[in-house]
Design a protein around this ligand. Structure first.
Ligand code: DSN
Length: 390
C-alpha cells in the first residue's frame, strides 16, 4: 500500500479513536444508524441515474427507482405532504431549487433572517448592507437582492410588526424563514399572511429542525403557510449528509421538479437517497420518542449550565424549543477569552462545539472569528443498534 494511503487510513483511525473519547456538541451534526451506513456504502455510490424516477437519463436504474420511490413516499408521509424531492445533494442545493422556483432570473428579491442573527450563509446577499462583503449563496448564485427581517434580540425571534413593515415596503418575491441559530418557532403564519398580501412565496429552511418537525414538534410550516420547505437531512434528522425539498403546492410540482433537474443537478447522490429512505423509516417508527428526548435534553442542558452560573440565553422561555442552546460568554473576555478562544480550549478537552455570533455582537464590536457566544447542540443518536446489518 502506498505511504499516502496508509497515512490517510491512519488519520481516519485516529479521528475515530479521538471522537470516541470526545463529547460532540455541534448542533448541525448527528450520527447515522448501522442500516443507514450500510445503504450509504452500497453500490449505489458508483451509479448514475439523473432525472426523476421512471424518467432516467441512464440505464440500470430499476432498483434505484424503487428505492427512490420508497424514499419519496416515506418523506411525504413524515412531512404530510404531496411532493417530496429527495435529490438535492445538500440543504444549500435545496435552497437553490427554491430560489430558482420562487424568484426572478434578474433582480429577484427576498426577505430572510440576517446571518448574524442566525440566518444561514445560503440565505446571504452578495454584499451585506454594512458594506462588508459577504458572498452568500442567494446573492452570489441567484443574484437576489436581500432585505433582512427584523429581529427581537430579547426574544431570539423575528419581530412580527417590524418585519411585516419591511415585507410591505420591500415587496419581495420570497419570504424565507428558518436558520442555523434556531431556538424558537418562527411566526410563519403571521408573516406568511403578510407575504401573501404582497404576492410573495413563503419558504422555510428546516435544515436544523427537519427531524423535530417531521416528528411533530417545533412547528408545522407547511400547514402554517409555507409553499416549500427545504432541509438538510443530517442534523435533527439523523440521515446521511444530503438535502430534500417538500411542498403541498400541487400546482408548483412541475416547476419545483425542473428547478432541481436539469436546472441544478446532474447526477444526485443515490447512495444517500437510499440512506435517507432508511433514516426516514427509522424516524417514522422512533422519531416521536427520540425527538422528545432531544428537546428535553437541550432544555435540561440549558438549565444545568444556567444553574452553574452561565449566561444561557432565553431562561425566561425555557432556553429553547429545539435541539440547540446559546450561551453568552462575554463575561470571560478578560480572563479566558471569547468564543473562538473558548472553542479551542474546549477542543483540547475533547468537547467539540462551535463559537457563534450573538445577535448583539456586531453592534458591540465583536467579530464572527471571536464572537461572544457558543452554540451547543445535543444530538445523541437514537439507539438503533437493533437494526441488523450483514
Ligand atoms: N452552517 C451549518 C451549521 O449551522 O452548523 C449548517 O450548514
Amino acid at each position: 500500500m502506498s505511504k499516502k494511503i496508509a497515512e490517510i487510513r491512519e488519520l481516519l483511525m485516529e479521528h475515530h479513536d479521538w471522537f470516541k473519547k470526545s463529547i460532540p456538541l455541534i448542533a448541525s451534526e448527528n450520527i447515522t444508524s448501522p442500516a443507514v451506513d450500510e445503504a450509504c456504502a452500497s453500490d449505489f455510490s458508483h451509479r448514475y441515474a439523473e432525472g426523476w424516477s421512471g424518467e432516467r437519463v441512464y440505464a440500470g436504474c430499476s432498483f434505484i427507482d424503487q428505492i427512490e420511490d420508497i424514499c419519496m413516499d416515506l418523506t411525504k408521509e413524515y412531512y404530510k405532504c404531496s411532493h417530496a424531492d429527495v435529490r438535492p445533494i445538500s440543504g444549500v442545493v435545496a435552497n437553490l431549487v427554491m430560489y430558482n422556483a420562487f424568484t426572478s432570473d434578474n433582480n429577484g428579491k427576498m426577505c430572510c433572517m440576517s446571518i448574524v442573527r442566525g440566518g444561514h450563509i445560503s440565505h446571504g446577499p452578495r454584499f451585506a448592507k454594512s458594506g462588508r462583503e459577504i458572498f452568500g449563496t442567494a446573492g452570489t448564485t441567484r443574484g437576489l437582492d436581500i432585505e433582512y427581517l427584523a429581529f427581537d434580540n430579547d426574544e431570539m425571534n423575528l419581530d412580527i410588526d417590524a418585519s411585516a413593515k419591511i415585507i410591505r415596503e420591500f415587496e419581495p418575491e420570497l419570504v424565507l424563514f428558518g436558520g442555523s441559530v434556531f431556538l424558537f418557532p418562527h411566526p410563519v403564519k403571521e408573516l406568511g399572511d403578510v407575504a401573501k398580501e404582497v404576492g410573495a412565496y413563503v419558504g422555510y429552511d428546516a435544515a436544523h429542525v427537519s427531524g423535530l418537525i417531521g416528528s411533530g414538534y417545533f412547528q408545522d410550516p407547511l400547514r402554517e403557510g409555507a409553499d416549500a420547505m427545504t432541509m438538510s437531512t443530517h442534523k435533527t434528522l439523523p440521515g446521511p449528509q444530503h438535502g430534500a425539498l417538500v411542498s403541498n403546492r400541487e400546482d408548483l410540482i412541475d416547476t419545483l421538479r425542473s428547478c432541481a433537474f436539469p436546472a441544478l443537478l446532474s447526477n444526485h447522490h443515490l447512495h444517500n437517497v437510499a440512506g435517507l429512505a432508511i433514516a426516514v423509516a427509522e424516524m417514522l417508527e422512533f422519531g416521536k420518542e427520540y425527538h422528545k428526548n432531544v428537546i428535553e435534553n437541550a432544555k435540561g442542558l440549558g438549565q444545568a449550565l444556567y444553574e452553574r452560573g452561565f449566561k444561557v440565553l432565553m431562561e425566561h422561555k425555557g432556553f429553547t424549543e429545539s435541539h440547540q442552546i446559546v450561551v453568552d460568554i462575554t463575561e470571560f473576555e478578560k480572563t479566558i477569552g471569547l468564543g473562538g478562544d473558548i472553542e479551542k480550549l474546549l477542543e483540547k478537552a475533547n468537547i467539540i462545539l462551535n463559537r457563534n455570533l450573538l445577535p448583539y455582537d456586531i453592534a458591540e464590536g465583536r467579530h464572527y472569528q471571536n464572537p461572544g457566544g457558543l452554540r451547543i447542540g445535543h444530538l445523541k443518536s437514537p439507539d438503533l443498534a437493533w437494526v441488523k446489518v450483514k
